[in-house]
Design a protein around this ligand. Structure first.
Ligand code: MOS
Length: 760
């Protein structure tokens, strides 16, 4: 096959802009199943995670957590701990340096803090588990021992730790990223009342805690006036800025690195441990390693809050929706910015004549909530998609057919056109592959020995985002190799690999000629590995930097080059150099251009254009989720027998790492459906199951073969034609499980998790 130069993508994907040519690039590296380039390092134990940076003179930290939800420290006796072997110092509110609270995540452009409380600045207690003392010692074991010797007494203050009690005190409207979580279109209650067929039910989802394989950790050192933090982060630039705010430093004085992260899922932003580690390092004048225990993660790092959701749908007899109501209440602390925004999926999933959506917040004295994989959509789709299934049963319409009948032709609440929406194709392909036509609609009718067997399905949905602030630096050296630096993150998703493919394809290089450098706040760009948006943010940044690079190379190439007279828009990367788009034979290699110009290297830096595409189109990833469940008729035990996710997420950049992302999301969704639940003592606000032995997540035995397929239809309005894939897999999954359990047993369980006691 004759290679073609890769055209420069337009600077914007807004109206008038051309689709990114990489979206249509069928040969080459885009979409290829490339194994993780960081894989060999990881399996050899050579990848340095946050708690693995060896520094001269290191000290090790251990934390003491409060044991009541509200009140003050009456006495704190640290003498025995201070005298214990190896102890370097004990820090409490009495000797901690003065610090500002953390700027709350997503309330300002670079804010990364999980809460905005004073951190060890006074004797006040705000949640059960708040750190009240930190021990530094020569070894971790010595720190852990000394921590056990600290005696704290408290004076309790009145507190609210029960959800119902908090609700009785009144709720307040929820806000998400500055927008009210409320939407009213026409009179949905009246339309519901008038509808010939309707469902109206309450669904409850419990609290969830984060359990990334790598617990949160940071290695912290003050080097002169500079604060260096080797962190486990999905937001290095945000964290550097936020820490500079906490310690009264210039942004440039904080350097955050995070080359490898063992899973983030929304939790690896800035929490009190990095701040406390930096404060202790300042007091001790020595580097500090602060690695949270698994229990520490439960005490200190927020999770997903509980929700109680009402979903009501009013339909005509042909199945078309006249009313969708999705309202409810979540729990939150006063020092937090994340009410679980469960109505988000309902804004774009279906056409309807009226909508009434609302999230209300009840305030408790508890740890701040935070983002957890598809915040909003994961539990919101549980309620919405179970309700759609219930309606399908009432109507006697196949649940896939019912969804397709309510497919909107434009955004149902904003009226914008969809950038690309092929959910119907995903439904059809999925149904075919899963064997949906073999399903028996009447519940409880299929038996396999002791097991009742059923099939269920649900829609998954997650928006496309591209946040402002992306930027990249490309350094092209005279040997024809390129280094691309972006303050981005690899948390295990495959980013380093997929982006190396993208960069190589765009520049016309091979994979081993490209070095993608990330995980360092000193690199260009404000890039969050969150909201399933990092791929788009990086992609747009690379396009901008490449444009600048090509312009500079053409200038250097001059009149002696076969490219003489061509503009940047008329050339593209091909086979280690630049070539004319109209005539690929007219080309010159990077090596040749730099040699003739006498340059060692060429450096280009540029910022991505603002994400205007989101203003013009309604942009979402889509999933059609299929589940076959077995429920033991005697014990209520559940078994996921088969699962299929059929996705429509634009162009898939790396088939292997993408499949892994989809499967990982689905597995997390199976945990959400069947076992995950934080046991929160409503009398004391204490998390009672702060360990993986008592907080259950799926293990290999819980997970069947998971099949994933995708449409691979490029979105003309995104970089590479790709939309996000990090969060879509968890959405819809719990509803598909619950709907399959209904089909198996006839039992409609509306409270998660779907444990055997609820199925007996
Ligand atoms: Mo995700 S919850 O945006 O890391």
């Amino acid at each position: 096959m004759m290679n073609q130069p890769v055209e420069l993508a337009p600077n914007a994907w807004a109206p008038g802009g051309k689709p990114d040519p990489l979206g249509r690039h069928k040969h080459g590296l885009i979409g290829a199943s490339v194994s993780r380039i960081d894989g060999p390092l990881k399996v050899r134990g050579m990848a340095a995670f946050a708690a693995e940076f060896p520094l001269e003179g290191m000290t090790y930290a251990a934390l003491v957590f409060s044991t009541l939800p509200s009140g003050r420290i009456a006495t704190i006796d640290t003498r025995e701990a201070e005298a214990a072997p190896g102890v370097v110092l004990v820090m409490t509110h009495r000797n901690a340096p003065r610090m500002q609270p953390m700027p709350l995540f997503l309330t300002a452009e670079k804010a990364a803090g999980g809460d905005n409380l004073p951190i060890m600045q006074d004797e006040n207690i705000h949640w059960n588990g708040q750190p009240v003392a930190l021990v530094l010692a020569e070894t971790q074991e010595q720190a852990d021992h000394a921590r056990s010797l600290i005696r704290v007494t408290y004076e309790a203050a009145p507190s609210i730790t029960a959800f119902d009690k908090a609700r009785q005190g009144g709720t307040e409207p929820g806000m998400f990223m500055g927008q009210p979580l409320k939407l009213v279109i026409n009179d949905a209650e009246a339309a519901l009342a008038a509808a010939p067929v309707k469902v109206d039910a309450l669904y409850r989802t419990p609290r969830h805690n984060h359990n990334a394989i790598e617990p949160h950790a940071a290695t912290v050192a003050w080097q002169g006036d500079e604060l260096v933090v080797h962190d486990a982060s999905q937001a290095v630039a945000h964290t550097a800025w936020s820490l500079s705010h906490v310690f009264g430093l210039a942004e440039k004085q904080v350097h955050v690195t995070s080359p490898f992260v063992g899973g983030g899922f929304g939790s690896k932003t800035l929490w009190q441990h990095q701040v406390l580690g930096a404060a202790a390092a300042k007091l001790a004048g020595r580097p500090v390693r602060i690695a949270l225990s698994r229990e520490g993660v439960y005490r200190l790092i927020g999770g997903r809050t509980l929700t109680e959701q009402r979903v009501a749908i009013g339909a005509r007899r042909d199945g078309r929706f006249d009313a969708i109501i999705h309202t409810g209440t979540v729990a939150m602390s006063r020092h937090n910015a994340l009410p679980e925004p469960f109505i988000l999926p309902t804004r774009g999933a279906y056409a309807a004549g009226s909508f009434g959506l609302d999230v209300e917040v009840a305030y408790l004295d508890m740890l701040a909530n935070t983002f957890m994989r598809a915040p909003g959509e994961s539990v919101g789709t549980f309620a919405l998609e179970c309700a759609v299934d219930e309606l399908a049963v009432k109507l006697g319409i196949d649940p896939i057919e019912l969804r397709i009948r309510n497919e909107p032709d434009k955004d149902p609440v904003e009226g914008k056109p969809f950038s690309s929406r092929n959910i119907v194709a995903a439904w059809r392909a999925g149904a075919d592959r899963f064997g949906w036509s073999k399903r028996t609609p009447s519940p409880g009718s299929v038996r396999d020995g002791e097991w009742l067997v059923g099939m269920g399905c649900a829609t998954g949905t997650y928006p496309y985002y591209r946040m402002p602030g992306g930027a990249a630096r490309i350094t092209l050296t005279k040997d024809g190799r390129a280094k691309v630096e972006i303050a981005a993150h690899e948390m295990g998703m495959g980013t380093a690999t997929a982006q190396t493919q993208v960069i190589a394809e765009r520049l016309g290089l091979t994979l081993d000629q490209v070095n993608f450098a990330y995980g360092d706040s000193s690199f260009p760009g404000l890039v969050l590995a969150g909201g399933s948006q990092q791929t788009a943010s990086i992609g747009a940044s690379v396009v901008a930097a490449q444009h600048a690079l090509v312009a500079e190379l053409l200038r250097l190439a001059g009149n002696a080059s076969p490219l003489a007279g061509l503009t940047a828009d008329a050339v593209g990367g091909l086979d280690g150099g630049l070539a004319a788009l109209s005539d690929p034979a007219r080309r010159e290699s990077y090596v040749s251009i730099l040699a003739r110009a006498g340059h060692e290297q060429v450096v280009a830096v540029a910022g991505a254009p603002p994400p205007d595409e989101q203003l013009h189109w309604s942009m979402h990833s889509h999933g059609a989720m299929f589940c076959e469940m077995g429920v033991n008729a005697v014990t209520g035990e559940t078994r996921v027998r088969r699962f299929l996710g059929s996705f429509d997420c634009g162009r898939i950049l790396n088939a292997k790492t993408a499949a892994s992302q989809f499967r990982g999301g689905i597995i997390m969704g199976l945990g959400l459906a069947l076992m995950e639940e934080t046991q929160f003592d409503e009398r004391t606000g204490r998390v009672m199951n702060a360990s993986l032995s008592e907080y259950h997540v799926p293990v290999h035995m819980d997970v069947p073969e998971i099949d994933v397929i995708w449409t691979d239809i490029p979105d003309p309005h995104t970089p590479m034609g790709a939309r996000g894939i990090g969060e879509i897999g968890i959405t819809g999954t719990a509803a598909a499980v619950a709907n399959a359990i209904f089909n198996a047993t006839g039992k409609r369980i509306r409270d998660l998790p779907l444990t055997p006691d609820r199925l007996m």
